[in-house]
Structures are given as structure tokens and as C-alpha cells.
Write a protein that binds this ligand. Structure first.
Ligand code: FAD
Length: 497
């Protein structure tokens, strides 16, 4: 194999002739990511053809004193997490083929480099089945989201995507190809999910399925009061199964006619209009929108669906006359951000930098967060969505590697910044500085939070992030990737730490 790589690692005795994948000479893609802030040139990009090729790459790296290996899913990280400076990048999309649904329709075995949008299409079109837990945007790989958590409006009910897989095939940093589950190699199974790629490369995942609905009723309701918004959102996510919506999210928007950050971001279609005279002029600088969706089948009568929607909406405190609805196919609903992607590409802002900040904030401090961050620091918005919705800790298995704040209810806060091509908003640098200001304010105000899709430059930062899980995280690293070859772009461990 790869005489090309051997030249660099100065290994003369590597018998690599049975490597069946490709070595790419074009390194440009692997040197940047969706964030557009970090750049780092790898030594080589490899496209393995199976798990044993991945193992060969890792064993090859282990023979050199310094080589690192980063799995690259779809490169949608925002802080260089899938990069390997002068190391080897494994393009996981070469392991995307092969989505196999079992005969009973309980699960699908999918390649670690498969895009969720392809998993969706395959399962719905061929089997009328679908995974239970999603991300908002599906141009992400299975291995990439399972290395973080994978959350969207279904996570309150089913847990994140990491709770909806029952088996993984993982190539550890030692170069072992292992199948793991709750019962088999369980430490590797729990450890790998949410591990930021630190213990192994996921080459296959067994994803739980459920019957796919045909249609979705998608509804948005506006609130002027933060307390009303959070009370309703929390009430919906804590109701018993079957007595709530299939999807619950929310977002914060600016109380102005700003086309990106303000009222126009709320209606569900371009013809819907937002009438600000519906609420008092004393409303604050930001408003809140609860977003819910109900699944149904083609054979359900419209009146049955209406009745169920009205029952579930009953008692919610959203503003009268500030309700927006759309009816769409299930796949269209799940692929809704693809439309945003197409529009953003047309405007030239998809490829521009994205200094995003994602946090999990404890319910105990979310009021304070609203006051300090949304109503003050971000009162003019972030040039994109500011998502805010509650999740339940009991749906997250604490044996997995994700770090969460205290308490049963915590909120996902996603500040999805887009840079304007017209230079009329904050510069990238100013956005990064504002992110730091937000984190400093959280610390100063004693707000209990954890970064989601975390990013730290120092080991101290990582120790604080993992808190009392840090020792376990280190022990797992020592066991599965003792030479610290994997995912160097996360900057948690360095080779020979
Ligand atoms: P990459 O960025 O390529 O990799 C991420 C990390 O995982 C790297 O450290 C990499 O080395 C490692 N990795 C990649 N593949 C594997 C593998 N097979 N095995 C082991 N490690 C691996 N997240 C949510 O939870 N919910 C959302 O709704 C959501 N929406 C998003 C929308 C957009 C437009 C974008 C850009 C991101 C969104 N994310 C969301 C974040 C996303 O889940 C993460 O950035 C994820 O890591 C991206 O997946 P990827 O396949 O591009 O991974």
C-alpha cells in the first residue's frame, strides 16, 4: 500500500500491500471545515474500502512516532475537530455504502460514513421505516453525529441519536476491529458514543427504526414572555408518551422587522405574515417561538388530526393570532434545512465562516441566561437561528461520554451564526469575541452549562468540561487509544501524552 505515506513515516518494514482503499492527492477539502475558522493541512487523505483498511491505517500510524489520524465525516465541525495537522485524514464517506434493514424492520446497519439524509431516503422509500432520533440538518454522517450526541426535536422523547443505536463496529486506536454493544465490549460501546472520536473510528452502526409516518403538521407559536415559553415547552416534553407532539423545539428571535433575525423568520411559508400589533409594544427586545410537529398517516382523517392537534395545543400560553402552520410530507419535514442550505448557497453565505456556539444550559439557570445573553448580549441576533429547547437528562445514559449540566431538564442553546456577505453585521472576529463574552458571562453569573460540540485549547478546559467524568475519559483513552493517535483536532490529548 501507500508507498506515498510510507515515504513520510519512514517505515520500511510495513507490509501494507493488502490495503484496498485509495490515497488522495487532493488535500484541500480535508484542510478546512464548515466553521471556516481553522485550517490545517494533512499529510494525506485516505479513502478506506472497509474496516480492515481503517485498522491498517491506524497500525501504520502507530509505527511512526508522531502520526495522528482523524476520521472526517462530512467535515461539518466548526472548530477543526475533524482535521489532523500533518497527519492522516480518513475520508469516512468511502464507508457510506451499504444500508441494510433487518428482516423484522427493527434496525438498520449503516456505514459510519453514511449521510443521515441517505439513511432517511433508503429506510422510508424501501421499507416505510425511519430512525427515531434526528439532527435538524441531515447532511451529516452517522459516525460524526454519534461522536457528539445528535439532537433535534425528537430527543426529548427518544434521547439523542447516541441512545438510538444498539451496536457499533469500531476500529480502536490500537488498530483492533471490534463489534460492541451494551453486552459485548460494553466499555467501548458506551465510551465511543459521544466520545468526540477519541477511542475509535465507527465503521458501522446499528440504528433503531420505527414505522415512518406519511405526513407532518408543523406548528409555530409566538411568546412575548420567556416564562410562558419555557413553561409550555417543559410541559410538552414531560407529558407521557402518546400525549404530546412528536417533535418539540423552539427559538429566540429579535423583536424587529430584521429579515434574518426578526419577525420574518417566524412564518412557515413565504406568504405567511407576522403581525406585531398582536402583542404589546412593551414586549422586550427578543421574542420566543415554540415549534412543534405531529406525525400522521395518509389514512388519518383531517378531523382526527385537527382534534389531536387542538387537544395537545390546549392550555398553551402562546400569543393569540400568532400561530403558523404547515402541512408537509415526513421526508420533506426532515429535509427542511436542505432548503435553507440551498438558499444560503445561492446567497453565498453557506461557504462563509460559521463561528457557532452550542451549549447545554441547566433549567435552573435558563432564566438568568435569557436575561444576560438573549436580552442583552444577543438582542440584535446572531445573523441566523438562535435555537432554544428543553431536553431530559433521564433519556441520556450516563455511561456514555457526553458531558451534561445538572438536573433533569436542560436546554439546548444553538447560536447558529451566519456571516453576512454585505459586511453589515459583526465580523467573524467580533463574533468569536462575542462567543467568549457569552461564556465569560455564564461563568460570572454561575450559570451551569456544558459546551455541546465542545472546543477547548487547553487540557484544563477539557478537565473542567468533563468534571467528574474526566478520570473515566482518560482511562478509556489509555485503554483504546493509548498512543493518542485519534482525532487530534479535538485538542484533548497529544501523542505520547
Ligand atoms: P465531522 O465534522 O467530519 O467530524 C466530527 C468529529 O467526529 C471529528 O472529531 C471526527 O474526527 C469525528 N468523527 C467523524 N466521523 C467519525 C467516525 N465514523 N468515527 C469516529 N469519529 C468520527 N448537531 C446536532 O446534534 N443537531 C443538529 O441539529 C445539528 N445541525 C447541524 C447543522 C449544520 C448545518 C451543521 C454544520 C452542523 C450541525 N450539527 C448538529 C453539528 C453536527 O452534528 C456535528 O458538527 C457533527 O460532528 C458533524 O458531522 P460530520 O459528519 O460532518 O462530522
Amino acid at each position: 500500500m501507500i508507498a506515498y505515506i510510507e515515504r513520510f513515516v519512514h517505515e520500511n518494514d510495513v507490509d501494507s500491500s493488502d490495503y484496498t482503499g485509495e490515497v488522495l492527492s487532493d488535500l484541500s477539502d480535508a484542510g478546512h471545515d464548515f466553521g471556516g475558522i481553522q485550517f490545517s493541512k494533512p499529510l494525506a487523505v485516505l479513502r478506506p474500502s472497509d474496516a480492515s483498511d481503517v485498522a491498517k491505517i491506524l497500525r501504520l500510524a502507530a509505527r511512526s512516532p508522531h502520526l495522528t489520524v482523524a476520521a472526517r465525516g462530512n467535515g461539518h465541525s466548526v472548530n477543526g475537530q475533524a482535521m489532523a495537522h500533518r497527519g492522516l485524514v480518513v475520508d469516512m464517506k468511502s464507508l457510506s455504502c451499504g444500508i441494510h434493514v433487518d428482516a423484522k424492520g427493527i434496525y438498520a446497519d449503516v456505514g459510519g460514513g453514511a449521510l443521515w439524509e441517505d439513511v432517511l431516503r433508503h429506510c422510508v422509500v424501501n421499507h416505510r421505516l425511519a430512525p427515531r432520533s434526528w439532527t435538524d440538518y441531515l447532511g451529516l454522517t452517522v459516525g460524526g453525529t454519534l461522536s457528539n450526541a445528535g439532537v433535534s426535536g425528537q430527543a426529548f422523547a427518544h434521547g439523542p441519536q447516541t441512545e438510538n443505536v444498539t451496536e457499533l463496529e469500531v476500529v480502536t486506536g490500537n488498530g483492533d476491529v471490534l463489534v460492541c454493544s451494551k453486552r459485548q465490549n460494553s466499555e467501548l460501546f458506551f465510551g465511543t458514543l459521544g466520545a468526540l472520536g477519541q477511542f475509535g473510528i465507527i465503521t458501522r452502526a446499528r440504528v433503531l427504526l420505527q414505522p415512518a409516518p406519511d405526513m407532518v403538521r408543523w406548528i409555530r407559536v409566538v411568546y412575548t414572555e420567556f416564562r410562558d415559553f419555557t413553561r409550555d415547552a417543559e410541559s410538552l416534553v414531560t407529558r407521557p408518551d402518546g400525549d404530546t407532539f412528536d417533535y418539540v423545539e423552539g427559538f429566540v428571535f429579535v423583536n424587529s422587522d430584521d429579515p434574518v433575525n426578526g419577525w420574518p423568520s417566524v412564518p412557515l411559508d413565504r406568504y405567511g405574515s407576522f403581525d406585531p400589533s398582536r402583542f404589546s409594544s412593551s414586549a422586550g427586545p427578543v421574542l420566543y417561538c415554540l415549534e412543534v410537529a405531529l406525525h400522521y398517516k395518509n389514512e388519518d382523517s383531517p378531523s382526527t388530526v385537527d382534534t389531536k392537534v387542538e387537544r395537545l395545543m390546549g392550555g398553551l400560553r402562546g400569543k393569540e393570532g400568532m400561530r403558523f402552520e404547515a402541512e408537509l410530507g415526513y421526508m420533506e419535514f426532515l429535509l427542511r434545512v436542505k432548503r435553507v442550505e440551498e438558499e444560503a448557497k445561492a446567497k453565498g453565505i453557506w461557504g462563509a465562516p460559521h463561528p457557532w456556539l452550542n451549549l447545554f444550559v441547566s433549567k435552573n439557570n435558563i432564566g438568568e441566561f435569557d436575561h444576560v445573553v438573549f436580552k442583552n448580549i444577543l438582542k440584535h441576533g446572531v445573523g441566523g437561528p438562535m435555537l432554544l429547547y428543553p431536553l431530559l437528562r433521564s433519556k441520556w445514559d450516563s455511561r456514555k461520554s457526553v458531558a451534561l449540566p445538572e438536573g433533569e431538564i436542560f436546554y439546548l442553546v444553538a447560536l447558529l451564526r451566519f456571516c453576512s456577505p454585505y459586511q453589515d453585521g459583526l465580523s467573524v472576529h467580533q463574533m468569536v469575541v462575542q462567543n467568549q463574552e457569552i461564556l465569560q458571562s455564564c461563568t460570572k453569573n454561575g450559570i451551569d452549562y456544558k459546551l455541546y460540540l465542545p472546543h477547548y485549547n487547553s487540557v484544563e478546559g477539557w478537565k473542567r468540561h468533563f468534571g467528574n467524568q474526566w478520570t473515566r475519559f482518560q482511562e478509556r483513552k489509555a485503554r483504546f487509544d493509548p498512543m493518542a493517535i485519534l482525532a487530534p483536532g479535538q485538542k484533548i490529548f497529544s501523542r505520547n501524552w
